[in-house]
Design a binder for this molecule. Structure first.
Ligand SMILES: *[C@@H]1O[C@H](CO)[C@@H](O)[C@H](O)[C@H]1NC(C)=O
Length: 238
């Protein structure tokens, strides 16, 4: 645990020293049935419009210094109107050009924290490399559908494809099997990934390591003391 904190600290120092180029991004996207408006920075979402709730969401944890915008939801709605009118113009102009469809190139399932039985954790299903956005992600636990997952807004990759991340809070129990299934326009069948809670997960290490460390340290110190004793003894005799 201490080691992890130390590494985290070191990496922070490193990134302060390095010359960094930040990447600020704004996405305004629309289709007949869907739309997205978001601001991002360095791969993170700064804020996005939730058109169902009709409000602008700042999804970061409360401890960060967040960037806020003036009337962002109204701006998003105005931008969506521009997007729809541009879409219509382009459709008329490019009549028979088919839309490109790229199925997700990668789906990865993993846990946010190291797994400990009975300790609440989050399963993450990361989907990348698809076009157009979005994907739908559904979850199962032991073959049964589960609800309560969340998904972020699509984020643009450097190659013009998209990525999205779905999260599901769960409590690991030995033998439970979870899956995330991804639906996309370019997939005939949902693409599923499985996560199994197996015995390689950690349970409480107990006192074993501390006892081992204590005994080892004691033996080492005794060795140094005995060595010193004989060294002095040997010097006195000669
Ligand atoms: C995602 O789910 C919605 C609602 O069920 C559906 O209308 C839409 O077609 C789905 N999208 C894909 C890519 O399967």
């Amino acid at each position: 645990m201490k080691m992890k904190e130390l590494l985290l600290f070191l990496s922070c120092v490193l990134c302060v020293c390095a010359d960094v180029l930040h990447e600020d991004i704004a996405i305004n996207a629309c289709s007949d049935s869907d739309g997205e408006f978001m601001y991002g920075l360095d791969g993170e979402e700064k804020g996005y419009a939730d058109f169902n709730k009709q409000e602008f969401i700042y999804p970061q944890p409360p401890f960060i210094d967040r960037t806020t915008y003036a009337n962002p939801y109204e701006q998003a709605v105005a931008n969506q109107q521009i997007c729809r009118s541009n879409l219509k113009i382009r459709r008329d102009a490019m009549k028979d050009i088919p839309l490109e469809h790229d199925a997700p190139s990668g789906v990865t399932i993993y846990t946010r924290d190291e797994v400990e039985f009975g300790v609440q954790n989050t399963l993450i299903c990361h989907v990348t490399g698809f076009y157009p956005a979005p994907v739908n992600v559904s979850w199962t636990k032991n073959g049964q559908k589960v609800t309560g997952s969340s998904i972020n807004t699509p984020y643009l990759n450097k190659d013009g494809s998209f990525r999205q991340t779905s999260r599901l809070d769960f409590t690991p129990q030995l033998g439970d099997v979870y899956s995330c299934a991804v639906q996309h326009l370019a997939l005939a069948e949902p693409l599923a990934k499985i996560y199994e809670v197996d015995s390689s997960a950690h349970s409480d290490p107990g006192v074993g390591p501390s006892v081992f460390c204590g005994v080892g340290l004691t033996l080492g110190l005794v060795g140094v003391a005995v060595g010193t004793f004989f060294l002095i003894k040997g010097n006195e005799c000669s």
